[in-house]
Write a protein of this length. Structure first.
Length: 715
């Protein structure tokens, strides 16, 4: 490898520096994957490190596979021994080998989100929890938050106090954990937490894994959570650690990522070398200039300026529509105009990015009206579709005989199994301490089932057992099983061709898995692979305009990018700024920076006037439009009647902008007067916000508690 020809000087330094730990600050489009690939190749070919002693942790399976393909392309199959995987995949590997030390079997079941929902639905029904007051989604978030904070269910019950909904969620948490532990099931949080527990309790196992890796690499390091960070620190005690990331692209705080880990890396790992990659190979200089102008407003960052040797490029276009329809019309007209007047351009060159999913509606309607092909990313994913979950449950029941899979498909297609029949089976299972499927196999004669239902269920069992004993290739076992149990017949009777096609696509997935995993692929390994599949991996190559949230666009690039809905309180989000103050505003700015740097050739920024029923206020252009500067920015459309800098005093901090009303404490029932909304009464007090009921037409508002426009009245 002649790295002088393959990499620029900063990239080469990052790829070859081995004297200490290394922090690579990789700006957007600066070739970080290329650097990581050549660094791994350099370690193997030039330094002589065994591939099996090199670890690279990536954010998605897709990124891991792409990097592996590149390394193998450079060095051949020998390099395939390098372990490139996500943090969850690494933890599965560690746990499969060592979890017996925690009294778990190595063949534990990995739960995905649908399994979590099914289990909580079952537990909520048992505990008579009203789904209208405590949703499944809120329960999952509650449980995950407490688990990551390492708060056990018993403590959660204590913390709930007299709050009814908190009590119910805490009880659901306890039931959820008890069920998982009894049935040896782990959710995604458990994969990390159990590995951490293993390292903390079993120093011999930790030392074994520490000795295994001499060089550890962590991609997207700005997105690691505290648990991720602890695992990485444990693993790297005897290794050279190389982390790659960009503090300016930290946008996942809601998932637990913390910018401080990459900012303070050199404090935790002394003698760290820092290399900054700031040459961009993606965007025009114009796009980089306005992106640099924007992110420079953030204080908690490492100073860097992106530059490129590409052309200056076209101006950034800012369009302000008189309403949402006009904004959508501009976007669609622009796409059609470029398609018709530029050779070699197709719909896949375009992306429409937005801060929140609800913002897609007017653009979808206009795209449909104009018959422009498009795809929404972030809708229902392939592996979450009902028929796919059913099919995978049949496979899982065949392999693991677990209760969640049994309950999902014992009556799909219909076998006359109602709630009473299911309870008979479950009670027998409880009596003997076995699974429901095992109870059905062994004790059907004792359950007093109707002859029709019993016959149907025994046929169901015979088909499952036939599949278990089959020596056919696994893709043929899969298709035969679904045919034998009547699943295909059910779909044909429903004339549901789309679902049949999805099932066959799942078979194609099995075939592809076999081809890419020649080492005796099994249903167990396939299910594990599927459980670790993430939405970020689900991208296609057809010709359509891509619509997605900015979070989903991370890591992608398009020739023409429209960042839409750039209205104050929408982007930046009022909620983020009000809840997290300066930190919230800085993350919103990083989110805009990520969005802008997805564009390769031309960037369009759009907003609309009118009234927002989301923020319950008139709309005006986002402050980010002012912050990108005026050079090389062309404003078109109908300028907003408000300018943000006149509407809100733009200071350096939140304190400068919103002032301080000097009220130390708000209480429910306090009377207030607002400079715009008039008199009202406080109905709820949060950490930094208050909910106030004003007279019509203003109604209920959530406002910043210490905002200068809010005044306390004597009761």
């Amino acid at each position: 490898m002649n790295l002088d020809e393959l990499l620029n000087p900063a990239q080469k330094e990052a790829a070859t520096y081995l004297d200490s730990h290394l922090r690579i600050i990789a700006g957007a489009g600066s070739g970080k994957t290329r650097v990581l690939t050549y660094r791994i190749a350099y370690l193997i070919e030039e330094v002589g490190i065994e591939p099996k002693n090199i670890l690279a942790i990536t954010f998605t399976n897709k990124a891991a596979n792409e990097m592996k393909e590149r390394v193998v392309h450079l060095l051949g199959d020998y390099a395939s021994g390098t372990l490139l995987c996500t943090i969850h995949s690494l933890c599965v590997r560690i746990l499969r080998q060592n979890i017996r030390a925690l009294n778990y079997p190595s063949q534990f079941i990995i739960m995905d989100e649908e399994d979590q929902k099914a289990l909580l639905k079952k537990k909520k029904k048992k505990k008579q929890i009203d789904p209208k007051t405590v949703s499944i989604k809120s329960c999952i978030h509650y449980i995950s938050s407490y688990k990551i904070a390492r708060v056990p269910p018993q403590k959660a019950i204590e913390y709930a106090g007299d709050f009814y909904n908190e009590q119910k969620k805490a009880v659901a948490y306890q039931e959820y954990e008890d069920y998982k532990e009894k049935h040896f099931m782990l959710d995604f949080d458990d994969l990390l937490l159990k590995t951490l527990e293993l390292f903390e309790k079993c120093p011999d196992i930790l030392e074994k894994w520490q000795r295994k890796f001499q060089y550890i690499h962590v991609d997207e390091f700005q997105d690691v959570s505290e648990i991720d960070y602890q695992l990485i620190r444990y693993l790297s005690q005897q290794a050279t650690l190389c982390v790659v990331g960009d503090p300016d692209q930290t946008i996942y705080s809601f998932r637990g990522s913390q910018i401080d880990f990459i900012m303070s890396f050199d404090k935790d790992f002394p003698q760290t070398k820092t290399v900054i990659l700031n040459q961009n190979y993606r965007s025009t200089q114009t796009i980089l200039n306005i992106s640099n102008n924007l992110i420079r407003k953030n204080k908690n960052r490492m100073e860097k300026e992106l530059y490129t040797e590409l052309d200056q490029g076209a101006n950034v276009i800012h369009y302000s529509g008189i309403d949402e329809e006009a904004e959508a019309q501009f976007v669609c007209d622009t796409i059609e105009d470029i398609i018709h007047h530029k050779d070699g351009v197709n719909y896949s060159d375009f992306a429409i990015l937005y801060r929140a999913n609800y913002l897609s509606r007017p653009f979808e309607q206009k795209l449909i009206q104009k018959q422009i092909d498009y795809k929404i990313f972030g809708g229902l994913k392939f592996f979450n579709r009902k028929e796919i979950k059913d099919a995978l449950s049949y496979i899982r029941l065949m392999i693991n005989q677990d209760d969640l899979s049994f309950e999902r498909i014992v009556n799909v297609p219909s076998r006359g199994v109602g709630q009473k029949t299911l309870e008979k089976i479950q009670n027998k299972a409880l009596e003997y301490g076995i699974t429901s499927y095992e109870a059905l196999c062994s004790f059907s004669d004792e359950m007093k089932l109707s002859s029709k239902v019993k016959k149907s269920l025994m046929e169901f069992v015979r088909n499952i057992e036939k599949a278990k004993a089959s020596s056919l290739p696994i893709q043929d076992v899969f298709e035969q099983l679904l045919s034998d149990v009547g699943y295909f017949a059910m779909l044909r009777n429903d004339q549901d061709e789309n679902r049949i096609q999805n099932i066959m696509e799942l078979k194609a997935s099995l075939v592809q898995y076999i081809q890419t995993h020649p080492e005796t692929p099994t249903f167990e390994s396939y299910l594990q692979d599927i459980a670790l599949y993430t939405s970020s991996d689900d991208m296609f190559d057809d010709e359509y305009v891509s619509l997605m949230s900015i979070h989903m666009a991370k890591g992608l690039e398009f020739n023409y990018v429209f960042v839409v809905g750039l209205s104050e309180d929408i982007f930046p989000s009022f909620r983020s700024v009000s809840e997290a103050g300066d930190d919230g505003l800085e993350e919103e700015r990083r989110l805009a920076y990520v969005a802008f740097t997805r564009a390769k050739k031309v960037l369009y920024l759009t907003d609309s006037q009118g009234f927002s029923y989301i923020t319950n206020s008139p709309k005006m252009s986002s402050r980010f439009i002012d912050e990108i500067g005026s050079d090389c920015v062309e404003h078109t459309g109908n300028p907003s009647q408000f300018k943000v800098k006149n509407y809100i005093h733009m200071g350096e901090t939140i304190e400068d902008m919103i002032g301080n009303n000097q009220v130390d404490e708000w209480r429910k029932g306090d009377f207030v007067e607002h400079d715009v909304f008039g008199k009202g009464v406080i109905v709820k007090v949060d950490k930094t916000t208050v909910d106030i009921a004003f007279a019509l037409p203003h109604g209920l508002k959530t406002l910043i508690a210490h905002h200068k426009s809010l005044h306390k009245l004597s009761n």
